[in-house]
Design a binder for this molecule. Sequence first.
Ligand SMILES: [Zn+2]
Length: 160
Amino acid sequence: MARRNRYSLARVRGNYTYTVEEVAKLYGIASHTVFRWIRDEGLKRLPGFKKYYVHSSDLRRFLQRLNTRNKKPCGANEIYCCKCRVPRKPSMDTLQAKNLPNGTIRVKAKCGECGTGQFKVVSGRDWSEIHPLFPNKNAPAIEHSGGNGWPRNCQTSEGD
Ligand SMILES: [Zn+2]
């Protein structure tokens, strides 16, 4: 499943010079947010104008960076925790792995920090007994409680 970007680049026109107000309207945000992007966060304005203009190519590059900067990559031994909002090492005795029909492995576990259900999909290619999330065969079997506690997905971007 594709991760939804906070700022869809599809909305930015191909070759176009935006005013600050137009950029704000594009994403339903305040003009002062766009001014802050220009002043403090490195969004380029076109030089030589008193008024602030932003070219679509600079805007696209900037938004791409905004869309990705809050994503924290998981280490191979970590799973993103929706509650902690960072990758966490799972508690190892809660690990369960399931082979999916498409050849990937779905690993479920509970966050070692807060106990919230986590899951991660691992490519079948990377899956073996030496994978850090490979369940220990001697670990106690987990009872299926039927439902609760395993979020299907979560927002990984920060809420505003
Ligand atoms: Zn957690």
